[in-house]
Design a protein around this ligand. Sequence first.
Ligand SMILES: Cc1cc2nc3c(=O)[nH]c(=O)nc-3n(C[C@H](O)[C@H](O)[C@H](O)COP(=O)(O)OP(=O)(O)OC[C@H]3O[C@@H](n4cnc5c(N)ncnc54)[C@H](O)[C@@H]3O)c2cc1C
Length: 412
Amino acid sequence: MAMNQTDQTFVIVGASLAGAKAAETLRVEGFEGRVVLIGEEAERPYERPMLSKEYLRGEKPAGKLYVHNEGFYADNEIELLTGTRAESLDPGAHEVTLAGGDRVPYSRLLLSTGATPRRLSLPGADLAGVLYLREMGDSDALRAAITAASRVVVVGAGWIGSEVAASARQLGAEVAVVAPGAVPLERILGPEVGGVYRDLHQEHGVALHLSTQIEAILGNGSAQGVRTTDGPVVKGDLVVVGVGASPRDELAREAGLTLENGIVVDQFLRTSDPDVFAAGDVAATWNTLYNRRIRLEHWANAHNQGQVAARNMLDPAGRAAAYDKLPYFYSDQYDLGMEYNGFAADWDRVVLRGDPAGGEFLAFWLKDGHVLAGMNANVWDQGDGIKALVRGDATVSAEALADPSIPLTDIL
Ligand SMILES: Cc1cc2nc3c(=O)[nH]c(=O)nc-3n(C[C@H](O)[C@H](O)[C@H](O)COP(=O)(O)OP(=O)(O)OC[C@H]3O[C@@H](n4cnc5c(N)ncnc54)[C@H](O)[C@@H]3O)c2cc1C
């Protein structure tokens, strides 16, 4: 690609965290061409984590969510098109077509279209009072509904379900959670650490219906509860569904780009088309640390990938910077805050250090003696030690990991 920058147009579809950070980085790196940032939502780019936490509880205003201040896009000559949906992509013609028919030509394109909540398809799924959470407006609607509800049923005990359950309790609602795992967050954290979250929710008065699924939402016009597969009806006049999210890869699919649980990108965030990149929740990225493709739905991943994608878009060969960040995410529920570094899909041992019952502990997920991932819960000075253990290639002693008197830095 010729790099006379003033002739270039870089288009970003998806105006949320990854897209906004990419647009910012293009300008920080001195790109002088056109930057067009296209987003379906009415809002300028904002961050989602508070939508299930402080914003949902009414503790933080919308103004705290935005990635940039209002004047940022105009000041940096970033053409932000809000309320605008990209309808199709023609990689051969280097063109994006917007809903309404306008065509936007691009030299290089970033797809940062994110993910969308998985919808239930079972009887009653369309009743009023069945809500999902992804956007700012969803969080507004949920706050109003929780405040008005006599009892909230949360379907799913992943991060969104667990955080919504905690926030709903903090807002004073009665809350029941229905989920297939034996403990909340079981798939991600396993039974040991998931058990800590089970106890935490129970201590805060959440009724947990675990190891069961729902087969119908009951109600006449509006939701009145759910029926579980093992029989009992869990009553509630608001049903919040948090059963995972799917990558929004429709543009890429129709354009014939390679997909596999999201848009397939290499470590430079390049798709199967050399002028199209992808970043954030939608991107299934080749991870050089784990030697596998990983699609993450985490704030830090969107934040960092947007920046790396922009640098690679600016490079004629598209390979200025490999994405080699350790996966990282965080969650807050009641008074338990946690950070998780690494990636563990399959482990053979979990080691705990500290006091899980007292809510201050570390946890490590190991495979063949290697630390795949580590978590700190209400402990805030061990992050570097955890990251070094996860990045390190050595096998470690589980006994030493469990012993708080041995500094993490001495274990490698
Ligand atoms: C309620 C909630 C709580 C969360 N809490 C945490 C947390 O505590 N910790 C953590 O690490 N992560 C958390 N996350 C995850 C984090 O918010 C996401 O990883 C992050 O938002 C991903 O950013 P993204 O830019 O890749 O995609 P998204 O934020 O999904 O944004 C994609 C954007 O693209 C737009 N779009 C899609 N298709 C088109 C199209 N065809 N045309 C135009 N625009 C389009 C969408 O409208 C959307 O605005 C949370 C997510 C949610 C929903």
